[in-house]
Design a protein around this ligand. Sequence first.
Ligand code: AHR
Length: 538
Amino acid sequence: MTKRLLFMAVFIFTSCMRSAWAQEPPTSETFTVHADKKGPTINRDIFGQFAEHLGQGIYEGVWVGRDSAMPNTRGIRKDIVEALRAIKVPVVRWPGGCFADEYHWQKGVGPEQQRRTTINALWGGVPEPNTFGTDEYMDFLNQIGAESYISINMGTGTPQEAAEWLEYMTALPPSSLAKERVANGHKEPYKIKYLGLGNESWGCGGPFTADAYVERMKLFNHFVHNFNPSQGSPSPFLPSPNPMKKVAVGPDAAKTEYTEAVMKAWGTRQPVDAFFWNVDGLSLHSYTFGGMPLSAPATDFSEKEYSKVLKETLNIDDIIAKHSAIMDKYDPQKKVALVVDEWGAWLKPMPGTNPAFLKQQNSLRDAILAALNLNIFIHHADRVRMANIAQMVNVIQSMILTDKEKMILTPTYYVYKMYVPFQDATLLAAELDPGEYKFGDISMRRVDGIAARDKDGQVWLAVTNIDPNGATDVHVKLDGISAKSANGQVLTADKVDSVNSFEASNVVVPKEFTAHAIKGDLTLHLPAKSITVVRIEE
Ligand code: AHR
């Protein structure tokens, strides 16, 4: 080889090695935030939870019983209460889910020894001891500081049974049902913030056609009265001070029949009908499956599966827009909320667990998925005023996993914790140049984000870098305020499928994050596959 050829070969080799080894320069996106242009309030109930009698969601997950050796307050796990208080859970939907349409509330009240054991037919055919019932649910809400969202049984139940449940919970003596509640240790009537009128009546709660559901829903709707003096009114013709909000069954993901039928019935009511039935919310259920339900792996997945699942989850933006457009037709004033009361990544159950219990691991990908969904709900905050992730403990995309007395906080939990400042904050107008993340023929935005001003006037940003391969610099241009710095937390890990486990519970945990401003604007250096939430210091 001549000297010249040798030199060229060495040059080509070293250039190749340099490009392979050198750190890719970060890409950059721009996020322009208009701190003076206020959007809708971000209803704190968007950060709501869902807890069904399913697998270990209630029994073991929340309820261990008064005689348990595990630290508990009146049967409710202390460690779970403490963890949930820290994320300020605003509302918990209960008792289902599909379970709600087979649940008979009378079996879950009164002295524990006298409660009947039934069978949880839908979720594994296991015994349902009914030891966690209405009074225990209310006690649990009280312990974690959340409000109630009760789904009545419109499947195997009757309007009378639903009406009596409401009477038990909200009436005052001398009503015999109110006296029964008092005898069970609860003098004051309960407050019911939301009442779900059935569940998935197009599926496990029926199946009914949309029109058949509307007729059935009107019947139940008409007869469920809230007698709590702070909520109800003594006559349907008099306004209530703080009425309970009723949520009707709505669409299964992108299907529109229920949206059309319920909204049309509501929008075309005669004025007198409005005294007897009302709908304040329309429920949307939209899960991310990543393929066939229960088939996509929750751990040990490739970048292909990572990108596929996140691409699918971003579709919920179009799904919400589609239903909102129909709702706008009948309800231009947006009186009826779209309530996304079941959503999340529904993946393969953990090996070695009962597959009917839907217990799955939770990875950094789930955290990113949660942030993306929350951002979408927040962007639609004028219509989406509640969302309830499925489900709170041990089921599907949970906040917490337990193994008897052991407990771990999932990556999704930390997203909820980081997003606490957005509860009841005001969305700020913003434009994002999101860049692009591509894997094979799958492409999506690289960066996603929201900006909001909290009740104390502080401006907060939440920005997610979806790209698993590269860090990125997001230039935040601030219109209306001048930043000195931004401080908060970032959540990331070595791999997109990193998890917290009972053996290593701190693999995916938030770390401190700081950015300094230049001339009032910020550059946020976001690690690959990360979620960052910061408060702007002015
Ligand atoms: O969250 C699990 C189940 O998913 C719920 O019970 C049901 O409503 C939905 O199909």
